[in-house]
Structure formats: C-alpha cells, structure tokens
Design a protein around this ligand. Sequence first.
Ligand SMILES: [Zn+2]
Length: 359
Amino acid sequence: MKFLVFTLTLLTTLCASGLQTKNIVLITLDGVRWQEVFSGADKAILNNKNFVENEEATQDRFWVDSPERRREKLMPFFWGTIAKKGQLYGNYRIGSTVRLTNREWFSYPGYNEILVGYADPAINSNEKVWNKNVTVLEFLNGQKQFRNKVAAFCSWDVFPYIINSQRSGIPVSAGEDGALGRRLTDREGLLNELISEMPKPFDTVRWDAFTFHLAMEYLQKETPRVIYISFDATDDYAHQGKYDRYLTAANVQDGFMEKLWKWLQSHPFYRDKTTLMITTDHGRGEGDKWTSHGSSVDGADRVWLAVMGPDTPTGGEMRDHPAVFSNQFAASISAFLDIEYNSIHPIGEAIKSVFIEEN
Ligand SMILES: [Zn+2]
C-alpha cells in the first residue's frame, strides 16, 4: 500500500506541470519595428521618395487603408495563424508594452538580454567578444535530456560569440558557415556551395534564405529539441534606408515561419508538442528616424513578442497585461520545457500569461 501511495504521488508530481511542450523554436527578426508588426507599412515612410525605389510596386504590394488588412498583407502568418491560435504582445497603440531592459538598444546587448535573461551593462558593442554570460540555450544543453539537442542558425556572423559556441558546445551556423550535423544532405551540399559562391548581401550577414533552409534541413535530419533561428535582412535594409526592401524582407521572414510551422505540425516528433516564440532584438525610431536605433533614438527600446504552442492560451492581440520585458524570454523558454532556469545573476521571471492557467 505504501508503495502504491508513493508511486501515485510520484506520478502526480511528474505530471503536475501538465505542460505539453517538448520542443522550442525561438526566432528573432532583427530590428523589425512594432509599428509594422501591428499596423503594416507606415504611410509617412512609404510616401517618402528617399526611402522607396519603386513607389507604385511597393504600394501595390503592401498598402491598403485599413491597418488590420495592411498588417495581414505584410505578415500573413502572424495575423492569419498566430493571431488566431497564439498571442501577440507589443501594440503600444492599445497599451500593450514589451520593452528592453538594456540601455543600449542595439543588437548584441539585445540578443544577450533575450538569450541570457538579464541586461549586462558590460556588453556595449557589437564586437566579436566571447559572451561571459551563459545563455538559456547553454543552460538547456547542460541538462541531460537536452544535451546535443540544441542548435542555432543565424544570419549574422557575431552569433557564435553571443552563444559562446566554444564554451557552450552548441553548434552555431552563422555568417559564412554552412550546414551542421552528421552526413550532408544533397540540399545542404548545394546550400554550402551557394554560400561560398554568392557574395554576401551585407558585410557581416548572409542571406536569410540560407539560414532558413539550413535550419530546415537540420530539423529534418537531427530533430533538435531546441532550435534558435535568427534572421537579419530587415535591420540591414533599414540601416540603408531602403523601406521597400525592409518590408519585403519582413514579408519573406514571415513566409519562412509559415513554412516552418506547417512542417513542424506535419512531423510526429514536433506536432502539438512544440512552442514557437518570436521576437526582435531592438526597435527603431519613428518617421525619418526609422532607419536608426540605439540609446539616442526615441522608442528603440520598444519591441514585441509572438508566442504559439500547445501550452499558450489563444489571446490574439494581447491587451491589459502587465508590461513584458525582454529579460523574461529566457525563463519563459525554460518554463515551457518544465525546467526552472537559474543563473548566477538575477533573471527576469517567466511571463505568466503565455501559459494556460493551472486549475
Ligand atoms: Zn539588431
């Protein structure tokens, strides 16, 4: 009898969380503004000849008067799928706020905050410096059930340093790197050739399409339980002041996520057991300042968050919630996997509203 009671207690404890999530896909879209995510193309920028090469074609593709329809045009997966099945945070117009806690408002400090769970004032440049802080990816890779089940695919070549691939042992394909994992698939062989043959579109950044297709191949052959995918073209085109290309890049990134989600939901290892979290490393300015970000640019600390998965209640566009901060994402990722994230440094706590309430 005692044994039975013990067994029952153990079973209840094991199932106490009731969480369905077994896998996590984290995606970041570098420097995509909340303004476009929640209202689509911005009229003031779209009508400025300095920022748009072919006005008519860009208007045709991205403009419609209603902001609800405009954002659907720009990001059909966000508004057609995530808004119906998951949650979207960060529409300042309805009082939903997601903010950075770091004071820099550019990439390395932003990615550090997202992945580590706290802002580190010592990180104040985008230099290729091995991150002293341990990311949630490294933390999870250190847990027995996740060891060698964590990987990252990133367009920007600073990511091996941010994730500290040397210390963490996490495979990171970034910049000019190619495929990861065992035996190359035919598609990976071709992707590797193209990466070496095609000039990089930006100084330190490869095409997002390479990042996406390499990640898809890896998912199919290695079935990682935690994968991080980081796209970048949006930020690069924004810095160049090319609004039409910035919009196109965001639209393409949205399409990548749609293909990825469809594939995850078609695969028995991932279907209904995978939580998708999507965010950005920083915001950008308003009006003519949209090209820029950093601590001197008003509003560049405003970011956003999308979450969808078996443990997240349908909320669509979220409102009336406590302010969300980027330092809460790492603990949330770990909590979805039913592991309490801890660090030597205080971290932001998991966001309560992304989890179905226990009764
Ligand atoms: Zn950035």
